[in-house]
Ligand binder design. Structure first.
Ligand code: HEM
Length: 416
């Protein structure tokens, strides 16, 4: 049923492309002026198109590769300096946060910019306050006298938005269409070009406030998903030394003495297959984001009325024994063909969901994660800490974010 539904999602046009109204999200995003929580409609369509355009433009440059090289080198040094075993969660978090911040804002920082550790702390406080459903979303009367947790969440959200706004202002001061320094510049360029082409209507749907919310989206949607994927990846690698050794052999053969680059990706099929297998077995967003039906429709012969909240079980599609041989086994080679090259994408592999609302970050984050893993494994090896049991939860604990249980690893340097 899960696979069937995903196929329906892909082919049903806009039937399932809405988002349910949620008061807390509406308040936090200035009336859903972002991409992820906006309902299906012309405003969402335009912002999604412009964000994708900006991502494509950004990916033409070498900024992401430089950011990954710089941040991974610092992180690997710190991990190697650990006196004993440790949970890599703090490292994977800061690493992904630094890279995403660098992708978005590069070096163009306001003078009074707080240290990134502090910004990440604010983001984590926000994530913590929002872990459970707000009473305001269920009992409308409470909205007139919000709960302390809701007020705290709004306060940290304001701090986070303030950080984004200051960065955008700094970019506007020195913006030049001939020198696109990072993804924020790409988004500003997309805004200017769209306003030139479509005029007033565009400015109403992609105003400065929409730009702030779109950048918030990229940070918020990008950070939890990618840092949790990397946290899972290190656990799988530590628990499967043979897989790690095969990846390292592939990386060494493709890169010799230099650091891995984005252009090496076609020569790293096993590394890419390993990432796909991590994302298949442990998708970080197991039931995607909630969808809402735009009209009366059907799934597999069942009627689904307009305005129904729908969750898509991506996890089930990627563990379906009818689609995957031994679905609970960690076998990266299932994504390779007889020549050892990546085989065509399987339609039940969908950690980024599918259809009209599928993730817009897929084209950035896949090469980014392959590069991060290749750079890390070029420098070090990971193993489970002595006494650490290899525990991979096969049932997800939360509908919206699926992290591994806490674990400890040891790291050793490589000579290559
Ligand atoms: C491993 C990393 C990531 C995973 C697994 C992931 C997964 C997902 C999933 C499952 C959805 C929900 C799709 C749906 O509603 O059906 C989504 C939406 C979204 N993602 Fe990602 N994502 C990742 C990284 C990123 C990054 C890096 C960005 C930003 C560049 C991003 C931006 C978004 C946005 C804006 C949406 C909302 C799309 C819309 O509503 O139209 N994601 N992502």
């Amino acid at each position: 049923m899960a696979v069937l539904f995903a196929i329906v999602l892909r082919s049903a046009g806009a039937d399932f492309a809405g988002r349910p109204y949620q008061h807390s999200l509406h308040e936090m995003t200035d009336g859903c002026k972002n991409v992820a929580f906006a309902d299906y409609g012309p405003g969402w369509k335009l912002r999604r198109k412009l964000a994708l355009q900006a991502i494509r433009h950004y990916m033409r440059g070498a900024q992401m590769e430089n950011a990954v090289h710089e941040v991974v080198a610092v992180t690997a040094d710190k991990m190697l300096a650990e006196p004993g075993a440790f949970d890599p969660k703090g490292y994977t978090s800061l690493l992904m946060f630094r890279i995403l911040d660098s992708i978005l804002f590069g070096q163009t920082k306001p003078r009074d910019c707080p240290p990134l550790e502090q910004v990440m702390d604010v983001f984590d406080q926000f994530a913590k306050e929002s872990e459970e459903r707000f009473l305001e979303d269920v009992v409308p009367l409470v909205r007139f006298c919000p709960t302390p947790r809701f007020r705290r969440a709004m306060k940290v959200m304001d701090q986070f938005i303030d950080y984004i706004r200051k960065n955008i202002e700094e970019h506007r001061k020195s913006f030049s269409p001939d020198n696109i320094r990072d993804l924020t510049d790409s988004i500003l360029l997309a805004q200017i070009e769209a306003a030139r082409a479509d005029g007033k209507e565009t400015m109403e749907q992609f105003s400065d406030s929409h730009v702030v919310q779109t950048i918030f989206d990229i940070l918020a949607a990008g950070i939890d998903t990618s840092r949790t994927t990397l946290h899972w990846a290190l656990l799988f690698l530590a628990g499967h030394p043979k897989v790690q050794t095969r990846m390292q052999a592939e990386i060494d053969a493709a890169t010799g003495p230099r650091l891995p680059q984005l252009a090496d990706k076609p020569n790293l099929p096993y590394c890419e297959a390993t990432l796909y297998e991590v994302m298949r077995l442990s998708p970080v967003a197991p039931t995607s984001l909630p969808h809402n039906t735009m009209c009366d429709t059907t799934v597999g012969g069942y009627d689904v009325p307009k305005n129904t909240l729908v969750l898509v079980n991506l996890w089930a599609a990627m563990h379906d024994p009818g689609k995957w041989e031994q679905p609970e086994e960690f076998k990266p080679e299932r994504f390779l063909d007889a020549e050892g090259q990546l085989s065509a994408k399987q339609e039940s592999w969908m950690p980024f969901s599918t259809g009209r609302r599928s993730c817009i970050g897929e084209s950035v984050v896949k090469p980014e994660l392959v590069l991060i893993l290749a750079c890390l494994l070029k420098t070090l090896s990971v193993s489970l800490a002595p006494g650490q049991e290899y525990r991979v939860t096969t049932r997800f604990v939360s509908l919206f974010l699926n992290p591994p249980l806490p674990y400890s690893i040891a790291v050793t340097p490589r000579n290559k």
